[in-house]
Write a protein that binds this ligand. Structure first.
Ligand code: NAD
Length: 420
């Protein structure tokens, strides 16, 4: 079993122990409703045919149709899909949106494909998924290696097969074909709203120092929005470059440059003196008020957790903190706002996109952001309140978020019963 699934299951059992979950529900929640695996051919530009392997795992749909990303990476495995599908079940339950959890992917390095090959692969895999996905069944979204264009191809392929346009089959589409205003920035904005709520009783965000690891959709947007909200973003990094400025980096300028196809390195080349290059590990060990790991999983480990000097960790990436590191940070009293709460802004606005598609409505960006704030602040308060029940505050937010999620999913199963 892959480590990622092992730790997802261990985390679940830990939470299940605390809420004294009966064996039946343990069995149900450690099983996966649908596991789909396909090997399928794609004709390449040179006329050769390559066989790709793709997966879609639906963990649990007790609370509604399932929701989860579709990733194209060369590391995709069935265990990874299972672990991430389970994480999506908990994430949707924490923010209390009526979805279950799923995840899918194709084992491919998308940067090795031409645009035509990428489109052919997407359309063929979507055809394979036709019996599983659908606006009332399972609704994919962009994830690592996929984007709004790929969602447009998924939507088009599905619609062609059904004979009419069905925008609600995917989220994260371009706004021009039924995507939602505010979806692109939603994960970063959700992180900001949760952080503002967390700091509300202790002086707020303005003037705080922040370090952000990862400068893509999550990290770049988060860094930009936090600067706009008055924080000093003193460290940022992408996979090649880490930058520091003690007074704060102009992250709006850097993000505009990266969005335009540049990198942090080329931004610095064009803006000499606006930051200094530092070692990548300096970002994770920076003495700042808030550290936002927003790149990849398992970056805070037993090897570096004791060197972390941030006063708070806000998880932008999925699974950036290993179980060992989590225990070490808890022992030292460093609070962690966990991924299933902190980065749920993306799936929340995906839900709004699905609602808009089903109602043939288009909300304004202000409407989307106001609703997002309501959901994220409500979820944060529910998690904090859950910690006070039974644990009298002696728990981490990760534990409380998981207890809340398990209880919500179990309640749905109880109410629905076991069919027949
Ligand atoms: P992305 O591909 O847009 O950006 C990833 C960034 O991380 C890039 O800047 C890359 O250079 C950088 N990076 C990669 N490895 C690094 C390393 N070792 N050190 C420093 N930087 C590194 O991806 P994204 O959409 O921003 O997703 C980032 C994480 O957030 C993933 O774990 C993803 O699952 C999670 N997430 C994304 C969303 C979303 O809406 N995009 C929602 C929830 C969670």
């Amino acid at each position: 079993m892959d480590l990622i699934l092992e730790s997802a299951l261990a985390q679940f059992h830990h939470g299940a122990d605390h809420v004294k979950l009966p064996d039946l529900y343990r069995k149900l929640l450690t099983s996966f409703k649908t596991t789909f695996q396909a090997e399928f051919p794609v004709e390449m530009d040179d006329g050769s045919v390559h066989i790709f392997e793709g997966f879609r795992v639906i963990h649990n749909n007790a609370r509604g149709p399932t929701k989860g990303g579709l990733r194209f990476t060369d590391r995709v495995s069935l265990d990874e899909m299972r672990a991430l599908a389970m994480l999506m079940t908990w994430k949707c339950a924490v923010v209390n949106i009526p979805f279950g959890g799923a995840k899918g992917g194709v084992r491919v390095d998308p940067t090795s494909l031409s645009a035509d090959e990428l489109q052919n692969l997407t359309r063929r895999f979507t055809s394979e998924l036709l019996p599983i996905i659908g606006p009332d069944q399972d609704i994919p979204a962009p994830d690592m290696g996929t984007n709004a264009q790929i969602m447009a191809w998924v939507m088009d392929t599905y619609s062609m097969a059904k004979g009419y346009t069905i925008p609600a089959v995917v989220t994260g589409k371009p706004v021009a074909i039924g995507g939602s205003e505010g979806r692109y920035e939603a994960t970063g904005r959700g992180l900001l709203y949760v952080l503002e709520e967390h700091l509300a009783s202790s002086g707020g965000l303005p003037g705080r120092t922040v370090a952000v690891q990862g400068f893509g959709n999550v990290g770049g947007v988060t860094a930009k929005l936090m600067q706009q909200a008055g924080a000093h973003v003193v460290y940022v990094s992408d996979k090649d470059t880490a930058l520091h400025h003690p007074d704060g980096i102009d992250t709006a300028s850097a993000w505009a440059h990266v969005e335009d196809g540049g990198s942090l390195r080329s931004w610095l080349d064009q803006h000499p003196g606006m930051a200094e290059p530092v070692a990548p590990e300096d970002v994770l060990t920076a003495e700042v008020d808030v550290l936002v790991p927003a790149a990849v999983e398992a970056v805070l480990t037993a090897d570096n957790a004791d060197a972390v000097r941030a006063r708070l960790i806000l998880e932008g990436a999925n699974g950036p903190t290993t179980t060992d590191a989590d225990a070490m940070l808890a022992e030292r009293g460093v609070p962690v706002i966990p991924d299933i709460l902190a980065n749920a802004g993306g799936v929340t606005v995906s839900y709004f996109e699905w609602v808009q598609a089903r109602q043939n409505m288009q909300w304004t960006e202000d409407q989307v952001n106001a609703e997002l704030r309501r959901v994220m602040v409500g979820a944060y308060r529910n998690v904090v309140a859950r910690c006070l029940v039974g644990a009298e505050g002696e728990c981490t937010q990760r534990e409380a978020a998981l207890w809340l999620a398990i209880e919500r999913v179990v309640r749905a199963i109880e109410l629905r019963g076991i069919y027949p």
